[in-house]
Each structure stands twice: as structure tokens, then as C-alpha cells.
Write a protein that binds this ligand. Structure first.
Ligand SMILES: Cc1ncc(COP(=O)(O)O)c(C=O)c1O
Length: 401
């Protein structure tokens, strides 16, 4: 049931109704709680969700998995990424975009962002390529696409794989192509805050039959289609999605188009109002964006125009006003984890552009500066009543001194 928070004007999340409850109840009553495997399917919903999500994202294949983190890991493994390889990742993203690289025994290399679009700056990628580079993970932060045509050209030139991290980009489209279809694979998250959610959950999309088979095998204990279920052909693990998640995602996905439309309509209004305030801007859609998913979206302010307010003070004021907001992801290079050059036993991180003294803001000047003067809003603001958007604009106006 749609709920509103205390102030009753901001939409709460998730939104669910009798259809979702019925879907879960049916799974319980069916006694088929397990997806099974391609050679021995047991459930129905996760298989059908895979088809429905592939169709929604306009991809040939979708492989449903337990969460968005292992989606990235499985995609990298299927593409042959591993020990000794370097993978270029945006510095401005959730931890998982890089931890998945670490999980494959490869080394993440961080790339600074564009100050306006706040996504990976494609102009900075080439300088990070070495003879060890094997892949790039562009992250479509807040649903805003990375310049995929230019990135793909570069990847082709250096024979690099691309795994698009689309955890924020359900429904985004760049130059007419849905996010996730520009690269070799695109990965999604259905974690609780995401715009399509089942609490946890993830998916990988791709358009290559052989790669899809490899991914199925990796997420299902090395099994292969049409074989007995104790036949294991390659290294694989269990990253399967349960039937409960599959069933819930099917009903949640049906609700997405209408919410997506509303987010886009309200985003236009919100941005127009926000841009009228001096000294503040929202993440600018990347030129060439034809559809934007609007997950979380950062706004960047100039402290001088706001009486010297710090990020924390700015955030606290919004928070006190019950506005659905957050502090944004700290740049990856600044995380304690990526100061540790001995992160995993036996892996050589000495050539990474992070670790010890190298985890220095001066190496990543744009993201380091942006982080100190930005906060982000949840997509729930964009499915709230107009009154909620007006309130946010008024609160921001009131902070100007
Ligand atoms: C950019 C990004 N990538 C990957 C993930 C990982 O997804 P999950 O939480 O489903 O593992 C997230 C989750 O928030 C994310 O924001």
C-alpha cells in the first residue's frame, strides 16, 4: 500500500498493493520456492521475470541473480577478468562497483568524473589504460548515462570489455539505446531503495548467446543447460535468485512505467525551479540522453552562496525537514578499504592509483571537490506531490544568505 511519511507529502518506498501480496502468497502456496537450474527448472516466476526484464530493457538475455554486487562479479568472471587484470571504475559510485572487481582478484582503477554530469569522465579514461587493463565499468549514476558511444570506441580501440553498472539506470536510454546494451553486459540491482525492487535481487543483461550461457553457468554452480543437476562443468557458485523475488519483481516491474513517467515529469519541474536558485545545480543529463531513470540524484551547491554552509549542515537541515535526502557516496579512493594496499592476500595492488598515500584527493580533484558540497535526493521525491517539491525548493531558498 502506498504510504506517506510523517509529513504526508513525501512518498514512502516501496509502493506495493494487493497484486504483490497475491504474487508472494501464490508462491508460498505452490510449494515451488526454488528456481531450479536451466537443465531442471523448478519454479516459474524467476524464469518469466528474466524474459520480461530482458524485453523491458530491450536485451536478448537476462540472468537473474541474488543482488547487484554479484551481478557485476559474475559478468566480469564470464568475460574472463581475473588475477593481474585492471578494471577502470568510476570513482563516484557505491562500493559494490569496485568490490566486485576485487572479488574477481582483479584490481580496480579509479576514474574521476565530469563536474556537470557527475558520471565517469570519458576524456580521463585513456590515461588510465595500461597493458594490464582488461575492462571498464561505467556507472550510470542516478540513471544518468555515461557517454557510451565514445567509451565503446575507446574500448574497441584497446580491446577492452565493458560491464555497465546499471544499478541506478532502469529505464535509462542513451542515444536511443537502453542502458546495459552498449557494453558486453549490463548489471542491475533490485535492492530495497532501487526503482524496481524486491528488497534484494539483481540481474545481468547481454546480447551474446555464448556469454549468456557462461553467466548462467557461473551463477549456478558451473552447471550447463540440458544436463543433470550434479554435472558441474566449470567454476561456478550459487548466485541464483529465489522464486519469491522473481514473483515480486514481476508485479513491481509492471508498476515501473507509470512511476518512471511521473518521475520524469516532476524532474523537469524540479530542475526548472532549482536552476532558478543561484549557486546550486542538479546532476546535468549527459548530452545524448534520451530517457533518464532518475534513481538518486545529487545536487551541488556553492557554499559561498549559502552563507558558508557545510555539506553536513546542508544535509542536516534537509533531513530535519523530513526531505528524502542522503549525503552521496564518498569517492571510492577515500574509503578506508582502498587505502589498504594489502587488501587481499596474494594480489599486487602496488600499481593501482589508490592505496596508502596514493589515495589522495589531489589525484581525483573533481569528485573530491563535488563530494564536499553535494547532497542527493531520493527518487521518491519525484513521485511525491507537487507540494513536496515546492517545499524542497522553499527550504533551499531559505538557506541562501
Ligand atoms: C552503483 C551501484 N552498483 C552496484 C550496487 C550493488 O547492488 P546490490 O546492493 O543489489 O548488491 C549498488 C547498490 O546500491 C549501486 O548503487
Amino acid at each position: 500500500m502506498p504510504k506517506k511519511n510523517q509529513e504526508k507529502i513525501f512518498q514512502e518506498w516501496p509502493i506495493f498493493d494487493a497484486e504483490d501480496i497475491e504474487a508472494i502468497t501464490k508462491v508460498i502456496n505452490s510449494g515451488k520456492w526454488w528456481v531450479g537450474s536451466p537443465g531442471d527448472p523448478r519454479g516459474e516466476h524467476t524464469w518469466r521475470f528474466q524474459e520480461e526484464f530482458a524485453s523491458f530493457q530491450e536485451a536478448k538475455h537476462c540472468i537473474a541473480v541474488a543482488n547487484g554486487t554479484v551481478a557485476i562479479e559474475a559478468a566480469l568472471l564470464a568475460l574472463g577478468i581475473g588475477l593481474g587484470d585492471e578494471v577502470i571504475v568510476s570513482d563516484y559510485t557505491f562500493f559494490a562497483s569496485a568490490s566486485a572487481v576485487v572479488a574477481t582478484n582483479a584490481v580496480p582503477i579509479f576514474c574521476d568524473i565530469d563536474p556537470e554530469t557527475l558520471v565517469m569522465d570519458v576524456d580521463k579514461v585513456e590515461d588510465l589504460i595500461t597493458k594490464r587493463t582488461k575492462a571498464i565499468i561505467p556507472v550510470h549514476l542516478g540513471g544518468n548515462p555515461v557517454e557510451m558511444d565514445r567509451l565503446k570506441k575507446l574500448a574497441n580501440q584497446y580491446n577492452l570489455k565493458i560491464v555497465e553498472d546499471c544499478a541506478h539506470a532502469h529505464g535509462s536510454r542513451y542515444k536511443g539505446v537502453r542502458a546495459g546494451n552498449w557494453g558486453d553486459a549490463g548489471t542491475f540491482s533490485f535492492q530495497a531503495s532501487k526503482v524496481v525492487t524486491s528488497g534484494e535481487g539483481g540481474a545481468i543483461i547481454c546480447n551474446d548467446d555464448e556469454l549468456a550461457d557462461k553467466m548462467y553457468s557461473i551463477i549456478d554452480c558451473g552447471r550447463m543447460k540440458n544436463y543433470f543437476s550434479y554435472a558441474h562443468f566449470t567454476y561456478g557458485t550459487n548466485y541464483r535468485m529465489s522464486e519469491f523475488l522473481g514473483a515480486l519483481l514481476r508485479t513491481q516491474l509492471k508498476k515501473f512505467p507509470q512511476q518512471h513517467k511521473l518521475r520524469n515529469e516532476n524532474a523537469r519541474y524540479f530542475l526548472k525551479k532549482l536552476n532558478e536558485i543561484e549557486g546550486i545545480y542538479s546532476m546535468k543529463p549527459t548530452p545524448g540522453t534520451t530517457e533518464l531513470g532518475w534513481y538518486v540524484f545529487p545536487i551541488v551547491f556553492n557554499p559561498q552562496k549559502f552563507g558558508g554552509l557545510t555539506k553536513e549542515e546542508f544535509y542536516n537541515i534537509l533531513n530535519r525537514n523530513l526531505i528524502p535526502t542522503d549525503r552521496c557516496y564518498p569517492p571510492l579512493h577515500s574509503l578506508t578499504c582502498f587505502k589498504d594496499i594489502n587488501l587481499r592476500k596474494g594480489i599486487d595492488y602496488s600499481k593501482a592509483n589508490w592505496g596508502g598515500d596514493k589515495s589522495n584527493d589531489a589525484r581525483f580533484p573533481i569528485v573530491s571537490d563535488i563530494y564536499t558540497r553535494s547532497v542527493e535526493f531520493s527518487h521518491t521525491l519525484l513521485i511525491s506531490e507537487t507540494q513536496a517539491i515546492e517545499k524542497v525548493i522553499n527550504v533551499i531558498h531559505s538557506l541562501q544568505k
